[in-house]
Design a protein around this ligand. Sequence first.
Ligand code: SAM
Length: 316
Amino acid sequence: MKELSQNFLMEPRLISRIVRSAGSVKDCEVCEVGPGPGNITRSIIQNMPSRVLIIEKDKRFTPSLELLAESSPVPLELIFGDVMNFNLEQMFNEDNKMEWEDKCPQIHLIGNLPFNVSTPLIIRWLKAISERKSAWRYGRVRMTLTFQKEVAERMAAPIMTRERSRLSVMCQNWCRVEHKFNIPGRAFIPKPNVDVGVVRLTPLKKPIIDLPFDIIEKVVRSVFSFRQKHCIRGVETLFPKPVREQLASELLTAAAIEPSTRPFQLTVSEFGRISEAYMNICKEKPDYMKYNYRGQKSDDNWPFVEINNSDSSENI
Ligand code: SAM
């Protein structure tokens, strides 16, 4: 089991605390991702949701999850699949759908997934939130998920802190992030080498930066690529070498950002101004949008070289 990063939470008190962190799930539809043998699922059921949907990748859990479904007092549907590729677009009751600006719908996503799944998954889900697709077709669906403690800290980190990172800006642009509590690694079987943070994310009525996900992701990634340096260093990587210094300077002037600001000192709104200034420059020269600093083999003959799109969830 170790090779699949499966660490099971056995402590009933901690399990119910995760479920309580989601808020009241009574009469709600709950989708649990990665239920494993069903320990968290049992606690969800005890809170009397209207329906539980579980998405599990590992078929070895079939017998215990089927038994749980048979004895559950509320409808429990078991789906075998990979949550990374799972579209939740048609999964919930249409009656639970809410307008985006309205209160959050009676739908919750809960999960204790392996860390190598939860971090890329949250990036995927932020993109779905930005496009109001998948589960977010039903409104501002809340998520309660576990992450490696350090990742949870980065997600919630305010400016001027050591933990402030790409992930802080990305999560906080679309969601209210609450790092609820930590669980020591020793509470899991087998014990992972790290502690675990429980995070609740509530999509915002209006994102702080209301621009396409891919643009924001590119700008934030570029600026944080030199975390300890002045932000102009990262902004320069948005542009090919021959025009890099000049355009980075012009961009920061247009965004009214002091070039010597460090990435961790920038607020989400300031990232918004940088993104807007970047978009304005790209309006004049759309080829700059395709420029990828890391993927570029050589800048000399840019833009005629092949561009590799880097995976947005990597090293966040
Ligand atoms: N939630 C259970 C608990 O807390 O005891 C199990 C936790 S274990 C860390 C992670 C679970 O997620 C495992 O059951 C594993 O099979 C499942 N899982 C891993 N990757 C998955 C994926 N991509 N889609 C769905 N389930 C996945």
